[in-house]
Design a protein around this ligand. Structure first.
Ligand code: ATP
Ligand code: MG
Length: 437
């Protein structure tokens, strides 16, 4: 893509409600545009990043055997009345009436709908376990939408649902998701810590929020800092190893606000290991057994020939929130640095263009087409702005590599800048090697 052609409405005057870095930056670089309170359009740059995040989420779900499907955004109120949540959900639910006067709603989550689909399709333990997911827009009429896409009303979420015959098997599904989440966030170069979360009246210990540390986060967290030392890579994708993984995490104190207990914290965590800080919730996994299958009467034939309520869990990832969360985690000194896998472009070419130096644009175009051939997604800055203006702009765009065609480059060697600030003068062959996927 040539920068001059890119739809990139840089905004100078930010609205006063843009208080946190990610919100400011997403507006400044034209990634999103607000269309109503807590409702945003995703412009090409932001959309590109979100789609890359979505793809990582999808790939990691598929790897653990979850199957993708798609449920609608609009649901009938009937199933919510059956589960009892139609009244409980309160004002966060956007309620709609169709022309026949039927009560509908814009789905804030999908436990009821998936249970309804399941109960009419699967009858025997032989078809279990099942893991189903979709990636779909949700609507929650948040009382105070804020921080851009971090807490908005319409947002994009991956939600998965597990179906098992009993607690033991359900725990295995839970562990798989736990693992998939760690892998997903790792690929986004995020350190997301699984924190024990409230399980509600069901009890048990199978609920975790995945939180990335950030001062601007809305979740308060209390943890033993050794939780950061657990390396997810040492576990394998098999039931025994994954059970060990969850237990290793569970042994170390790490909880959110709602589960915090000062005495427990002080008794379990040495003073200088205690971390009290804030974070952003990017995912939540939850085993709730027959909480929905019971009221919705979702029954399955067991091996022994009895009918039993299916045991379910649900697993969410805030795909659109992640775009902002990554910015919060990575923005530094007025510079953005996208993790490689989700950067809107793989590399930027920045030639110095002026009246006396038309040459550099030609060079840049040659490199551009060479890299394109290798499937590398390139942004070429073909504008005639000064180099310092260009650099400022590219610092905000945060593409992890830059090829600079300026004073340091010769006929066939170019300055190549990497994410970590390292810079070298190398030829195209070596640039290709560095950018190889
Ligand atoms: P929060 O405590 O932040 O309101 P939640 O507990 O209501 O989150 P879940 O119902 O578990 O969230 O939804 C799964 C994921 O969806 C969350 O981990 C979060 O990443 C994302 N999410 C939830 N609400 C919003 C929102 N209003 N805007 C953007 N993303 C959201
Ligand atoms: Mg919420």
């Amino acid at each position: 893509m040539y920068l001059s052609k890119l739809f990139l409405p840089f905004t100078k005057n930010l609205p006063s409600e843009a208080k946190i870095k990610s919100h400011q930056l997403m507006l400044r670089t034209g990634m999103i545009k607000q269309s109503a309170a807590g409702i945003y359009s995703w412009l090409p740059l932001g959309f590109k990043v979100m789609k890359k995040i979505e793809n990582i989420v999808r790939e990691e779900q598929n790897k653990i055997g979850a199957q993708e499907m798609l449920m609608p955004t609009i649901q009938s109120a009937d199933i919510w009345k059956e589960s009892g949540r139609y009244d409980d959900y309160g004002q966060e639910m956007l309620r709609i009436k169709d022309r026949q006067g039927r009560e509908m709603l814009y789905g804030p989550t999908n436990e009821e709908l998936i249970t309804e689909i399941f109960r009419s399709s699967i009858k025997s333990y032989k078809s279990l376990p099942q893991l189903l997911y979709h990636i779909q827009w949700k609507f929650r009429d948040e009382i105070r939408p804020r921080f851009g896409v971090m807490r908005c009303r319409e947002f994009y979420m991956k939600d998965a649902y597990s179906f098992d015959i009993d607690d033991e098997s359900a725990k295995k599904s839970y562990n798989k998701m736990f693992y998939a989440y760690l892998k997903t966030f790792e690929r986004m170069e995020l350190k997301a810590i699984p924190m024990a979360a409230e399980t509600g009246p069901i009890g048990g210990d199978l609920s975790h929020e995945f939180i990335i540390l950030a001062d601007t986060g809305e979740s308060k967290i209390y943890a033993d800092k050794s939780i950061f030392e657990i390396n997810p890579s040492k576990y394998k994708d098999n039931d025994i190893s994954l059970e060990k993984m969850r237990q290793d995490f569970s042994k170390v104190y790490a909880v959110t606000d709602e589960k915090f207990n000062k005495n427990e914290f002080d008794n379990n965590v040495k003073k200088n290991n205690q971390i009290i800080t804030k974070g952003i919730e990017v995912g939540h996994i939850f085993y709730f057994s027959d909480k929905y299958s019971k009221p919705l009467n979702c029954l399955i034939d067991s091996k022994e020939g009895n009918k039993t309520n299916i045991k379910m869990g649900s697993y969410g990832i805030g795909v659109s929130r992640l775009v902002a969360a990554v910015i919060e985690a990575k923005f530094n000194n007025n510079k953005m640095k996208w993790p490689k896998e989700i950067s809107p472009f793989d590399v930027s070419i920045i030639p110095m263009i002026n009246k006396n130096n038309k040459d550099s644009l030609t060079k840049a175009e040659n490199i551009y087409s060479e890299l394109k051939k290798q499937n590398i997604d390139v942004l070429l800055d073909d504008t005639d702005e000064s180099m310092s203006n260009k650099f400022n702009k590219h610092d905000l765009l945060g593409v992890p590599y830059q090829i600079i065609i300026g004073s340091k480059s010769s006929d066939n060697k170019f300055e190549f800048r990497e994410v970590n600030g390292e810079s070298s003068v190398i030829d195209l062959q070596n640039i290709k090697l560095k950018l190889k996927k």
